[in-house]
Design a protein around this ligand. Sequence first.
Ligand SMILES: Nc1nc2c(c(=O)[nH]1)N[C@H]1C(S)=C(S)[C@@H](COP(=O)(O)OP(=O)(O)OC[C@H]3O[C@@H](n4cnc5c(=O)[nH]c(N)nc54)[C@H](O)[C@@H]3O)O[C@H]1N2
Ligand SMILES: Nc1nc2c(c(=O)[nH]1)N[C@H]1C(S)=C(S)[C@@H](COP(=O)(O)OP(=O)(O)OC[C@H]3O[C@@H](n4cnc5c(=O)[nH]c(N)nc54)[C@H](O)[C@@H]3O)O[C@H]1N2
Ligand code: SF4
Ligand SMILES: [Mo]
Length: 660
Amino acid sequence: MKSVICPYCGFGCRLRVNPETLTVIPDKTSPVNRGRICPKGLRATEFAVHRDRLKKPLKAVGRKFIPISWSQAIGEISHKLLEIRELYGPDAVAFIASSKCSNEENYLLQKIARLFGTNNIDNCARLCHESSVHALKATLGMGVQTNPYEDLEKFNAILIWGYNPAETHPVVMHYISEAKRRNAKVIVVDVRETMSSEWADYFLKIIPGTDIVLANAIMHVIIRDELYDEEFVENMTKGFNEIRMAVRKYTPEYAERITGIRSEIIEEVAKAFALAGSGAVMWGMGITQHVSGVDNVLALIDLALLLGYVGEKGGLYPMRGQNNVQGAAYMGALSEYLPGYVELTDMEFRRRVTRIWNTDKIPTERGLYLTEFFDAIAKGEVLALYVMGENPAVSEANSRKVVEALKKLELLVVQDIFPTKTSRYAHYILPAAAFCEKEGSYMNSERRIQWSSKVCDPPGDAKPDWEILTLLGKALGLPSFDYKMVEEITAEYFKLFPELEDREIEELKTPEGVIIPKKRLHTWSFATPDGKAHFKAVEYILPWETPDDEYPFILVTMRTMNSYNTGEMSLRSPSLAKLMKAPMAEISKEDAKRLGIRDGELIIIETRRGRIRIKAKIGDIKSGVVAVPFHSKVNRITSDALNKAGTPELKFSACKVYKA
Ligand SMILES: Nc1nc2c(c(=O)[nH]1)N[C@H]1C(S)=C(S)[C@@H](COP(=O)(O)OP(=O)(O)OC[C@H]3O[C@@H](n4cnc5c(=O)[nH]c(N)nc54)[C@H](O)[C@@H]3O)O[C@H]1N2
Ligand SMILES: Nc1nc2c(c(=O)[nH]1)N[C@H]1C(S)=C(S)[C@@H](COP(=O)(O)OP(=O)(O)OC[C@H]3O[C@@H](n4cnc5c(=O)[nH]c(N)nc54)[C@H](O)[C@@H]3O)O[C@H]1N2
Ligand code: SF4
Ligand SMILES: [Mo]
């Protein structure tokens, strides 16, 4: 049996795979999943043997793709990239790194971008938890989850906000169930009933986009009744007065009018959470994918700080989505940070980088955000796009606009394991090895770096992403691109990070792996320059599109258990695809009755960007809201308004709903 890291979600389960049969069992020695697994993990290798796998480099000739050799593909791509740089400068090229790929692969792609001369390098963290990164950095000095999963078991209250772990990180429920067995109180805030809300002692069904009002009202009660941790606030934080003033007007009665949650319940939940004595705050896309996304996260951090629920007595859990989204970001595949979330202008770290990369020419200005790439392409500012393991034609908001932009590119390279909706517009498609066909390290949500072994060979001429990038780096004439083994790249990032200097690569291969910078952050001081946590008071702001007479409904998008993101992998896992239900739009009983819509009937959802047809499912959801799974074609019509961190408002578009 060989040990691999699950290729689906960021929880980071370790799986054992039989090299002959490719059957999967959970690893009992893993401190992450402790012998548990979810339906996706159990079927993790199925897509790898699907007949659609890419086996040869392909070049678009007219309307067809023809197979070519690796040397022709890399030769022509590098030639075109250098030509575009020569004529228009390095910022005319943009790179998308992959939260599906290993640390080594993301490290290499961001190194290529930066040595090439641009910070236009980003990954799907932008669509996901970048709001959390910005908010955590501003308040605590570090943009990451603060505590390990194991701490969830010891806290007395768990607040799950805009997050549905029972479907999206199913194995974490074993930790939550252990906490519940010890009588911990679970509070869930969502716009609809979910598999997670079934676990709740308190379920608050909120009007989409009004989360700041609820958080501020909970803080209002806590401050009014003096339930906050005075000692912690006094010794460990700054800005309490600002918070006290800001939440004054957010009385429970005022909050009831805006959030739709009864004031008595707000009072009760505030007291239960504060009096628990310890608590975790876990959140997901219901918080981050709003124009107020950064502020939403700030409000949750403020709440935890008031109660001292950070470090020992509690933890902040922005639960990361993709299997290696945490690693891609840590390795520097973000347009505003160097590896380790270091600011682009940090001189000390730049000197380190210069020593290791043999260059001092990395640009200091932030690059474009992934979500800004497509407008820049439409304007003719970006002419070439290199995409590794990402499917923006489906995953980006307002995707029709994205597709129009892709068609305008002079060079689109897609490096993937499958032909995708994005690769249709590519000039070159490069076949990559899947997770179980290569070696490398991955970082999960609790910042644990774990090693994944090679189980079998890739199909045809497909190569591990790091090998493809090594060829590309060399062809572009970049310094130090002579990697023969993946461990040489691991060794290089070990040298780059001060927190890994004294560690051994071999440690990654143990069941525990290595957690960086350390297991539990902020236990007695914060990572800010003055060592204190900084409260940041926030006010409620309206979503980009508010419902009106023409578009009276709120369109929300979300995930379901057996489908995964854009479906390229999960739909090619036959037994998973069988479990997956066709996407349906959840609508409330009252709205269905008013519009004469029956359960299972076809409806049309229309926004200012277009319309989709989908079957209706009558569910327990706020009236005035319709919730559509991401694996439908919903991104053709979602709002692409961005927040301060560059994340689109995927959770709120004004729409109308009618019978088809
Ligand atoms: N099965 C499965 N698992 C996955 C994935 C997958 O596609 N399928 N994707 C992975 C990835 S990349 C990610 S990022 C994670 C995401 O994991 P989650 O964050 O759990 O994902 P979502 O279902 O998109 O959103 C969570 C919840 O937010 C709620 N919500 C929507 N709008 C609001 C609002 O305004 N306020 C509040 N309070 N709640 C709101 C939705 O109803 C939904 O239940 O999952 C990962 N795991
Ligand atoms: N409406 C709506 N839209 C959303 C969201 C939402 O909640 N609602 N959520 C957003 C979020 S949180 C995210 S993370 C994004 C996800 O958006 P994407 O990252 O675009 O979605 P995936 O389907 O995970 O695409 C991963 C791609 O990587 C490929 N791949 C897998 N393994 C490998 C490998 O080893 N090497 C290479 N080269 N390729 C590989 C797969 O075949 C697939 O094409 O979607 C965002 N879009
Ligand atoms: S919880 Fe996530 S990491 Fe674990 S088996 Fe399921 S999809 Fe894989
Ligand atoms: Mo995500």
